[in-house]
Design a protein around this ligand. Structure first.
Ligand code: G3P
Ligand code: CA
Length: 244
């Protein structure tokens, strides 16, 4: 079965990368989450997509210039202002703590391509191990040096390179860096690439799949998982295909 991973949580309907969006993704029937990790000035791992807080909060400036305590004062509801309560930027620790009480998998994307946060890999790994979640976590990044480093530090935790463009025989590349799968942009995941990868024992989890036609195609080709903003819609389509 193709797993449904909620991109930044249930980002189509709730503020991305907040505990609310993660909890709602679980309620909507997602099999797992995808989330983004950056680091504060005082070294706290926090769940936010951009290097800056400007787009998704009422604050301004770089995450790396905030202390965690000050970052927590920001409101991360951004375009969902009608929500009754303020939402905070979560720490990775609080998300993993909550996740450990669920059965979901979680793809942690290290956002260290633009700012090379020193020691991020080790901090993430220590936290995953502390919550005993090694078998439910996939560490991904556009920074492939970073995921290789993660694999060296923690061979028990799965890694997956993010591929924004099509690559020649990406399953061979994945094998070469000891990844059991890769996460391509959906345009870089045509059926023949998905099939050839699966035949080689390499998992394919395309992002960010929101169009009905693409969701249908990837379910039909039996892709390992897909990453979507709308887990409820994806689940409906998966059910429809199963019944057909
Ligand atoms: O992990 C897949 C996807 O989230 C990568 O792109 O920019 O949404 O983090 P982005
Ligand atoms: Ca991401």
């Amino acid at each position: 079965m193709t797993l449904i991973l909620a991109h930044r949580g249930y980002a189509a309907e709730f503020p991305e990368n907040t505990l609310l969006a993660f909890k709602e993704a679980e309620k909507a029937g997602a099999n797992g989450l995808e989330l983004d990790v950056q680091m504060t000035r005082d070294g706290e791992l926090v769940v936010i997509h951009d290097e800056k807080v400007d787009r998704t909060t009422d604050g301004t400036g770089l995450v790396m210039e905030y202390n965690f305590e000050d970052l927590r004062k920001l409101d991360a509801r951004f375009k969902f202002k009608e929500l009754p309560r303020k939402e905070q930027i979560p720490s990775l620790s609080e998300v993993l703590e909550w996740l450990s009480g669920t059965s979901m998998v979680c793809n942690i994307e290290l956002k260290n391509s633009i700012i090379p946060y020193e020691g991020m890999e080790e901090k993430v790994i220590n936290m995953v191990r502390a919550y005993d979640l090694s078998d439910r976590i996939i560490i991904s990044s556009f920074n492939h040096y970073s995921i290789v480093q993660s694999h060296i530090l923690a061979p028990e935790i799965e890694i997956a390179p993010l591929l924004s463009e099509g690559l020649y025989m990406p399953w061979i590349y994945a094998q070469s860096i000891k990844a059991k799968g890769f996460h391509p942009h959906w345009r870089a995941a045509p059926d023949q690439i998905v099939k050839a990868s699966l035949e080689s024992g390499i998992e394919v989890r395309p992002y960010t799949v929101n169009k009905e036609t693409e969701l249908e195609r990837l379910f039909k080709v039996n892709c390992s998982a897909l990453i979507t903003d709308d887990p409820a819609k994806a689940k409906r389509i998966r059910e429809k295909i199963k019944q057909a």
